[in-house]
Design a protein around this ligand. Structure first.
Ligand code: SF4
Length: 371
């Protein structure tokens, strides 16, 4: 293994207590740093299982996931998977971005699980927790084995990513799509690179991701786009949404799903730290929109969908109530579903401008916006 000389011994003091940590419980073999990933430590583990059952209560349109990595160097400030790092005795902030768990044997374990007589070939989703095409995948190349195992077993699957490395596996995915149902989605919520780099510093640019959509379509595969998350005050103006949806339509996307920001505990603190530093004038508005916790208030979500729906219709993506259809992929429309009707008091934001004029003033004094 090329990184043998760079392994960190568990007791060398670099990561005190590692041998007793949540990583040890995962089957830690060694921890690795390399100059190519100067800011990231990879924790290589031998996983006991590959398939994760999605709790029925989550209402996801798939029952199973495979996550070859835990943690993600894409480092999105809003990432909802951040709190899962705390189970490993790591923190949900910088550690999530820089301490990445790699399931070295994921394809072998997955093949064994898929071969069991009890496996019912239910759809499996990749990229719903951490990104399978984050930078680490360029080195570890776990996805080809996973795709092969799923296709060989007759299991339909979907992949959602921000990583342009997906291109590498397009021939393999196209081949798999001849045998099982495959859904591909690219996540892109920003038209402007400056804001994207600030919020998602480890991700490919919007232009690169639009080119990825084009590459997927050129390979003869449908490609949905997740416009997720839409950030209050920062990306919810009509102008931004128009420019983004125009670019997505131009790239040939076959479906679009729009999801407003939600902020779980753990993620919330990390995101709001960034917001305080970069956009302090937006903070009072966020306090109101997220006054009840994880999800934006129903009044905001309704306001956003009222704005988004005609924009989707105009571009041929169609919409239905609060949900955008995801076109040919048909897999992403319920993901991250923000609907928890009843969680919010009726009329919590009564008086919010229904024509959307109020939130257009981002940059012109958001603290003066009256809901
Ligand atoms: S790419 Fe996805 S998994 Fe990775 S940090 Fe961003 S939101 Fe989280």
């Amino acid at each position: 293994m090329r990184w043998d000389g760079q392994a960190i011994a568990a007791d060398d003091g670099a990561l005190p207590g590692l041998e007793r940590s949540g990583l040890a419980r995962l089957g830690l073999v060694r921890s690795v740093r390399t100059p190519e990933f100067a800011d990231v430590t990879f924790h290589e583990v031998m996983a006991k299982s590959a398939l994760s059952k999605v709790p029925a209560a989550s209402r996801m349109p798939f029952g199973w996931t495979v996550n070859p990595y835990r943690g993600c160097s894409h480092a999105c400030r809003y990432c909802f998977a951040r709190p899962t790092h705390e189970y490993l005795d790591l923190d949900a902030g910088k550690d999530f971005d820089s301490q990445v768990v790699v399931k070295m044997n994921v394809d072998t374990v997955l093949r064994a699980e898929l071969a069991k007589p009890s496996w019912r070939r239910e759809p499996v989703a990749l990229g719903t927790n951490t990104d399978p095409y984050q930078r680490a995948e360029g080195r570890y190349r776990l996805m080809p084995g996973i795709i092969g195992a799923l296709a060989d077993s007759g299991t339909p699957f979907s992949i959602l990513t921000k990583g342009t490395l997906l291109r590498r596996d397009l021939p393999l995915i196209a081949e798999a799509a001849g045998r099982v149902e495959v859904g591909l989605g690219v996540s892109l919520a920003f038209a402007d690179e400056e804001l994207q780099q600030s919020v998602e510093p480890g991700t490919p640019t919007p232009r690169a991701r639009l080119d990825l959509v084009r590459a997927v379509r050129a390979a003869g595969l449908p490609c949905g786009v997740m416009v997720a998350p839409v950030l209050p005050w920062l990306t919810d103006s009509r102008d931004h949404l128009r420019r983004l949806l125009d670019a997505i339509a131009d790239a040939g996307a076959t479906g679009v799903t729009v999801v407003p920001l939600h902020l779980k505990p753990g993620t919330r603190e990390w995101y709001l730290q960034w917001l305080e530093r970069e956009h302090p004038r937006a903070v009072p508005g966020y306090r109101r929109v997220f006054a009840r916790g994880t999800y934006a208030l129903e009044a905001y979500r309704q306001w956003l969908w009222d704005r988004v729906e005609p924009l989707l219709d105009e571009r041929g993506f169609g919409s239905s109530g609060h949900r955008a259809r995801s076109g040919a992929t048909g897999r992403f429309s319920d993901e991250l579903r923000p609907h928890d009707e009843g969680d919010y008091p009726a009329g919590a934001l009564a008086g919010m401008p229904r024509d959307g004029g109020g939130l257009e003033v981002a940059g012109a004094g958001v603290d003066q916006v009256l809901f």
